[in-house]
Design a binder for this molecule. Sequence first.
Ligand SMILES: [Zn+2]
Length: 122
Amino acid sequence: MKCNRCSQEIQEGNSYTHMGETLCEDCYLDVRLEVKACDPWAVHSATRFRERSALKGTEGLTDLQKEIYELVKRRGKVTKEEAIEDLNLSEQEMRTQLATLRHCELVKGQKEGDKVYLIPYS
Ligand SMILES: [Zn+2]
């Protein structure tokens, strides 16, 4: 069985179904968190910039991205909605920032029961 989005091979029992798609856990969490790059180019250049400059951790992030990352780290886990409220962001802003943080491998999703939390990547 293959993930409909990233074509990664999924092991039996590790697949998720969402709106008729069969997804691996990573893609499923992305969908649930709506990690969507509204501006894929911005995410791409941020990621590339960090790679080229060999930046680590929060180096090279915008202040807002740092704030989100710090919040997730401080709390250990937080839902997207909580983070939006805490930092006074719009849904749109949060998605864009989250896409970058996800690509920079700083923040990822974790499923617990029916909820999806943002947790530190490592
Ligand atoms: Zn996938």
